[in-house]
Write a protein that binds this ligand. Structure first.
Ligand SMILES: [Fe+2]
Ligand SMILES: [Fe+2]
Length: 194
């Protein structure tokens, strides 16, 4: 059995039907973007199948997995499933599925909070998670349209809507999300200065 088949099978047993179906929709979106941006569809598939692998684990289990790795980005988020599940899934991928490709592991790790200087694969997994066909928040159509033109503009717009939402809900904004935005904005301004 190849890795993709194995991941699908194990994922199906590990998470709810609802989340499994979400992953299949992210997979569809991810494949479209991978082709559009000329990167390995196979790698995107592996990263997407892993991205929410640990999402339904108990918080103490997530923390146990992450603790071994001393990830600096999780300090202060020890009780946050939202932040920990991507980090834990990257460890899972490395240890359980023997995935060595750093780009795949980073795409999994940072799919929720992002980071500075993301690779195209990281961007594709991040964005596909947010715009898969089952998503229905107010700005999603606009983000989908932007994704067809420029993935960076789509991510900037997505971050802005996310930040507005987090401010309204009065919750924490992870520093990586702000760093990701700063990086993309600087890059965009450099391009338009030329
Ligand atoms: Fe996730
Ligand atoms: Fe997801």
């Amino acid at each position: 059995m190849d890795l993709i088949e194995q991941l699908k099978l194990e994922l199906k047993n590990k998470i709810s039907k609802k989340r499994y179906e979400h992953t299949l929709r992210v997979l569809e979106q991810g494949k479209i973007l991978a082709k559009e941006y000329n990167i390995s569809v196979n790698k995107v598939e592996i990263a997407v199948l892993l991205h929410d692998f640990c999402k339904e684990m108990k918080i103490f289990e997530l923390f146990e997995i992450c603790k071994k790795k001393n990830f600096s980005e999780i300090i202060g988020y020890e009780n946050s499933n939202e932040i920990l599940h991507g980090f834990a899934a990257s460890v899972y991928g490395e240890e359980k599925f023997r995935i060595k490709d750093k780009d795949i592991l980073n795409a999994v790790k940072y799919h929720t909070i992002g980071r500075e200087n993301m690779s195209i694969m990281e961007k594709i997994v991040y964005l596909s998670d947010g715009i898969e066909s089952g998503r229905s928040y107010p700005a999603v159509e606009e983000i989908r349209l932007l994704a067809k033109k420029d993935i960076n503009d789509a991510i900037i717009y997505e971050i802005d809507r996310k930040i507005e939402y987090l401010i309204k809900k009065n919750v924490d904004i992870h520093i990586n999300t702000l760093k990701m935005r700063n990086f993309l904005i600087r890059e965009k301004n450099l391009r338009s200065d030329r």
